[in-house]
Design a protein around this ligand. Structure first.
Ligand code: SF4
Length: 348
């Protein structure tokens, strides 16, 4: 019988996901359905289903967005031609790319302009990897961390850069980095690496937690890269780890003989799902929080959305009530509003 759940902290929503979910919630509140979204807003089945029920249509080809309809681009970052096409087709285009993904796009563009060949370590077919490579397809080559450098062959071995998807496993790409460093001693890499703070913190937490658990449950969806990375980190730490979307996926056989169960969540998994999974585990002696660090990151809503909302606010104040230029509206209070509250507006 499970006696206690060790709950990892930090877990779940990162600042980029918070921003993207809140932004799309504003879109469905402001516009009549359908609102379009290029790619899943975040890689989580529960979040995507909630937005579909609220009138969002997710598309994988920007040409599927009818001319004039509002569109949002996902948090994973989009190819430059997609951003341009979306701006042309749509009356309102909001790019909800995470600023930390934008940083990597910038690095790809900048190193390519300087004449570097780029090793981009990422997972083939992942939206984030596709968007980043598209910034400089002639200079950047996708290298899967499991496959290694393969046929990468730069025009000038003195000008090679190495960049990475933000959500890889902490150690799984170090083999490629070591190989690249030994083959190209002048290798350029981002000073603090490209793995984002949320990926690093969640993996550090699960690593510490795994040592004290009989089994670990990672809440998140199949196509969530950072969720899968958490499962791999826990497994590497020597504990059985299972990914679950929600309580319905918890197999009681996994818990046979376990007294301590670790629970964490990928960066796109809602806390409501984490709570339901804990309820399904039903620990007899309760929940113990294992905090490795405190996160205070906040990413403001996309500038296109802020401008739109401020315009609407000014119109309402100007026409319905007397103008109150010094009073703050909902956009200025955004930091006090969480993605978890936004999802409860949608009924999650
Ligand atoms: S996981 Fe990291 S890069 Fe991805 S959205 Fe969250 S903060 Fe941004």
């Amino acid at each position: 019988m499970v006696e206690r759940v060790l709950l990892a902290e930090p877990r779940g929503f990162c600042a980029g996901v918070e921003m993207a979910i809140k932004a799309l919630t504003w879109m469905v509140q402001v516009f009549e359905a359908p609102v379009y979204c290029y790619h899943e807003i975040v890689h989580n089945a529960v979040v995507v289903r909630a937005f579909e029920e609220a009138g969002v249509v997710f598309v994988d080809d920007i040409a599927e967005v009818p001319i004039g309809r509002p569109v949002m681009l996902s948090a994973h970052g989009s190819a430059p031609e997609v951003v341009e096409e979306a701006s042309l087709r749509s009356s309102v285009m909001v790019d909800a790319v995470c600023p930390l993904v934008t940083k990597v796009h910038h690095e790809v563009r900048s190193m390519s302009r300087k004449g570097y060949d780029i090793i981009y370590i990422g997972h083939r077919g992942h939206d984030e990897a596709s968007g980043a490579i598209a910034e400089a397809p002639d200079a950047a080559q996708l290298v899967d961390p499991r496959e290694g450098l393969g046929d990468f062959s730069p025009a000038d071995p003195h000008k090679v850069a190495l960049l990475a998807q933000t959500t890889l496993g902490l150690y799984e790409w170090e083999g490629v980095l070591d190989d690249a460093r030994s083959q190209y001693p002048e290798l350029w890499t981002a000073r603090r690496g490209d793995l984002c703070y949320a990926t690093t913190n969640r993996q550090t937490a699960i690593e510490e937690l795994a040592a004290q658990c009989d089994v670990v449950l990672v809440v998140g969806s199949e196509n969530s890269s950072n969720t899968q990375a958490l499962v791999r980190v826990a497994t590497k730490a020597g504990v059985k780890a299972h990914r679950v979307d929600g309580p319905e996926d918890v197999d009681k056989v996994w818990l046979d003989g376990a007294t301590t169960v670790g629970v964490t969540a990928g960066a796109s998994a809602p806390d409501q799902q984490v709570q339901s999974v804990i309820d399904a585990v039903a620990p007899s002696k309760g929940i113990h929080l294992m905090r490795v660090t405190t996160e205070d990151e906040y990413f403001p809503l996309p500038p296109q959305l802020r401008r739109l909302m401020q315009t609407i606010q000014a119109l309402v104040e100007g026409s319905v009530a007397c103008s109150q230029p010094r009073e703050k509206g909902p956009i200025e209070h955004d930091r006090e509003f969480s993605a978890t509250s936004a999802l409860s507006v949608l009924g999650v």
